[in-house]
Design a protein around this ligand. Structure first.
Ligand code: 4AD
Ligand code: MG
Length: 464
């Protein structure tokens, strides 16, 4: 057993509760050096122990037995410090630790890639195993952790049942052909894609179809886990592995679905603002100036709703007025590019936007056909800076319609169970998928998914 150190988080919490920390006889702190400056008689080490965003300042002097060693300790080294807390009401930080002794637990080589200066995101991606030690990534991955719990609190607080949908599936839930197929090796190392299960298996692109079945039992359900897509889109928003939150609600139409989407996003904003004030203030100051104002404004404003058809008209009007897009041929029926989505959400609406009732040809097979015979009750939630962060729809609950569509696409085989849900007490139902990593981009202002994911996987990039 190691001696029990107190965490910096605990010190700050006790201080906030009004405890007089200077009355503590002595404290033990374990952590990593962020900076160390020594002026001969007195030295200062900023220590981060990982328990919170804040560092604590350790002050040492030349009475330390190993003063020379400590004076030369480099950024990144791990230390054990024993000292007393001194209150410093006149300084930026409310207290500091006056060291009685300091032991170097883990020294650091001079080639340590994280030096005191600011490093670029690109550089840090190359050393993904070290970047959680930087302010930016420490903040990002703590918010990521907190947000994951927030998702569960939100849905379970509303009585939703959490369903662990499978990662290995026999179908391409989105029908977009972007699956990673699973292969096994035989003794000679020959790859086989159907020996193991007796059929082709792949990593799931979405838990939706499986979670729909549970909605027909529990009414309100959600799944939240990793999903995989073999898209070669080399953009700041696409990863091959990402986490998705997929609620599914029975007896609910697209309007109800949009209401839940908005409530979910607003809950997540409030949650991270409340639970991670230091991290969010850091993003606001260092990464995305204006972030807090933006998020607070989103909280106060109802999301705009616009049909796909209205969106197309606005884009055509913009082009007629001289606006240049890379894809400038906008007509009813085209799939919108990210630049179009961003124009609508950033320049027209200037906030989150629900674009709904899309042409049926460009959307997935399970979406409910509207009475116009041309569109489906689908909705994407678009946000400034990013474009789509949510895709959802009311599901086709009519057996004959769904079967006809699936037969035409040739994907009925293996999905008979999914069709059966429409025969065995089916009802109208809806759901959506939020890309968790994209949501984190939105909430923190970090604009590349390669940064919001701890170990990103994208095509041609698999380093760690
Ligand atoms: O719009 P998508 O493809 O919808 C579905 O998968 C539905 N089955 C969801 C549902 O109704 N239950 O994906 C949903 C969201 C997108 O809006 C996006 O935020 C995220 O998942 N997403 C990705 N995130 C990162 N990298 C990728 N390659 C992504 N593809 C989708
Ligand atoms: Mg989508």
């Amino acid at each position: 057993m190691q001696p029990k150190a107190i965490t910096v988080q605990e010190l700050y919490a006790r201080f906030a509760r009004g405890e007089d920390l200077s009355k503590l006889e002595s404290v033990l702190i374990e952590g990593w050096v962020r900076t160390n400056r020594d002026s001969g008689s007195i030295g200062f080490i900023a220590i981060n122990d990982g328990s919170c965003f804040k560092n604590v300042q350790v002050v040492y002097d030349n009475t330390l037995a190993n003063h020379d060693e400590i004076a030369h300790v480099l950024t990144g080294a791990s230390l054990l410090i024993e000292g007393v807390v001194a209150l410093t009401p006149e300084m930026k930080q409310p207290f500091e630790i006056h060291a009685k002794c300091i032991a170097v637990l883990g020294d650091v080589d001079p080639d340590y890639p994280l030096q005191k200066k600011r490093h670029s995101f690109e550089y840090l991606r190359e050393i993904a195993y070290l970047r959680p030690r930087t302010n930016t990534f420490a903040a990002l991955y703590r918010v990521r952790s907190v947000l994951a719990l927030g998702i569960h609190e939100f849905f379970q607080g509303k009585g939703f049942v959490y369903v662990h949908t499978p990662e290995i599936t026999a179908n391409d839930a989105e029908g977009a052909g972007q699956v990673f197929t699973i292969a096994t090796n035989d003794a000679e190392g020959k790859l086989s894609t159907d020996d193991f299960f007796g059929k082709k298996a792949s990593l799931t692109v979405s838990g939706q179809l499986h979670v729909e079945a549970f909605a027909m039992a529990f009414r309100d359900v959600y799944t939240f886990g990793p999903t995989f897509r073999a898209e070669k889109s080399n953009t700041p928003r696409h990863a091959s592995e990402f986490w998705m939150i997929e609620p599914e609600i029975a007896f609910a139409d697209l309007e109800d679905d949009m209401e839940l989407m908005e409530e979910t996003i607003k809950f997540c904003i409030r949650y991270v603002l409340e639970k991670c004030p230091d991290e969010m203030a850091f993003f606001n100051q260092m990464i995305a100036p204006g972030l807090l104002d933006k998020l607070n404004k989103v909280l106060e404003t109802p999301f705009t709703k616009m049909t796909y058809t209205e969106g197309i008209e606005l884009l055509q009007k913009a082009i007629a007025g001289g606006k240049k897009f890379e894809y400038n041929k906008i007509e009813w029926g085209v799939d919108l590019q990210s630049e179009h989505e961003r124009y609508l959400t950033e320049e027209v609406v200037k906030g989150p936007l629900f674009l709904y009732n899309y042409p049926k040809e460009i959307k997935a097979f399970y979406m409910r056909e509207n009475d116009d015979g041309k569109t489906v009750a689908a909705c994407d939630c678009l946000v400034p800076g990013e474009g789509e962060i949510i895709g959802g729809s009311q599901r086709e609950e009519r057996y004959d319609r769904l079967k006809a569509k699936m037969d035409a696409l040739g994907n009925t085989e293996g999905l008979e169970w999914y069709l059966n849900l429409r025969k065995y007490g089916g009802c109208i139902h809806s759901g959506f998928g939020i890309g968790f990593d994209r949501l984190l981009m939105y909430l923190t202002g970090v604009n590349n998914i390669r940064d919001t994911e701890p170990y990103p996987r994208t095509s041609s990039a698999l380093k760690y």
